[in-house]
Design a protein around this ligand. Structure first.
Ligand code: SF4
Length: 281
């Protein structure tokens, strides 16, 4: 069967080969209790994170390159993935944090139906999804956690290889925003929370994203403005071979505050360190 699951619609027959996303089925690169997710997800700093191999986007600045290109990881059936989910929950995970599983959403949905976790399930995604893709897994997801990376088609084409990134990400976010927000204390139990990575030289694009988010997000949805961009030595993109300056980051944070985002999460300067990137071994 020719796969058209994600916006790439590459048409690969995944019973025989990999698609553009780099996988035919589930590949898990790492599953562990991850301490660095936002506090509204992990009051005990224990996200039950599962990093999936493969990705439909080709971000030139990807910090999980070996994983997103599916160069590392173990192939799993939905039954085996269900066991991983159960063991993370048994180890005290605050949530099940599914990191980039969009391209295997039907198989992950099957695993979630078998594992039936009692902690919130987080769909942690780059945001480049079709509504059909989201509907497959929506019955098992409590929290949508999309990135919104770029507004401008020129920037998304240059840095992710997809000119239509915002077109799909904005529709996906409108779908996700329909889930009502539910929280217990400061912990988010259901709803949508958005991440935006501030990029060097791209703050004007960030401001346009904030204007859009103000329109579409529920007023009490968390918004995380990340300054952890780390240059990965991409020689084809010399403008990205530096960190975000304090002035750039401040400009974006100040604009978000002026727009009235009430649940805004910001990062310290030292978050732009490779030590925050999981060790894939
Ligand atoms: S999910 Fe993978 S195989 Fe399917 S359309 Fe997208 S890139 Fe191609």
């Amino acid at each position: 069967m020719n796969c058209t699951l994600c916006p790439v619609a590459c048409g690969a027959d995944r019973t025989k080969t990999c698609g553009v996303c780099g996988t035919s089925g589930i590949t898990v690169a790492k599953a562990y209790l991850h301490p660095y997710e936002e506090p509204f997800l992990t009051p005990n700093k224990k996200a039950g994170a599962i990093f999936f191999g493969g990705c439909s986007l080709r971000c030139c600045f990807c910090q999980n390159y070996e994983v997103s290109r599916a160069m590392r990881g173990r192939k799993m059936t939905p039954q085996e993935l269900a066991e991983v989910i159960r063991s993370l929950e048994g180890a005290g995970a605050d949530c099940i944090d599914l990191v980039t599983c969009d391209h295997v959403a039907p198989l992950v949905a099957e695993a979630l139906s078998l594992a039936a976790p009692h902690v919130p399930v987080v769909f942690n995604t780059g945001g480049y999804c079709t509504e059909e893709q989201l509907k497959v897994i929506a019955p098992y997801v409590d929290i949508w956690l999309p990135d919104v990376k770029f507004y401008s088609p020129e920037l998304s084409q240059r840095y992710t290889g997809r000119r239509d990134y915002f077109e799909y990400a904005s529709r996906a976010l409108a779908f996700m925003a329909k889930t009502p927000i539910r929280r217990e204390g400061e912990q988010l139990l259901a709803g949508v929370a958005v991440r935006h990575l501030v990029m060097p030289g791209c703050t004007s694009d960030s401001l346009m994203i904030l204007d859009f988010l103000k329109e579409v997000l529920p007023p009490d949805a968390p918004l995380s403005l990340m300054r952890q961009y780390t240059p990965m030595g991409t020689s084809d993109y010399p403008e990205l071979n530096r960190r975000v300056t304090a002035r750039e980051y401040r400009r974006v944070v100040d604009y978000a505050l002026a727009l009235g985002f009430s649940r805004l999460f910001v990062q310290e300067k030292d978050s732009a360190e490779t030590s925050y990137i999981p060790d894939w071994d």
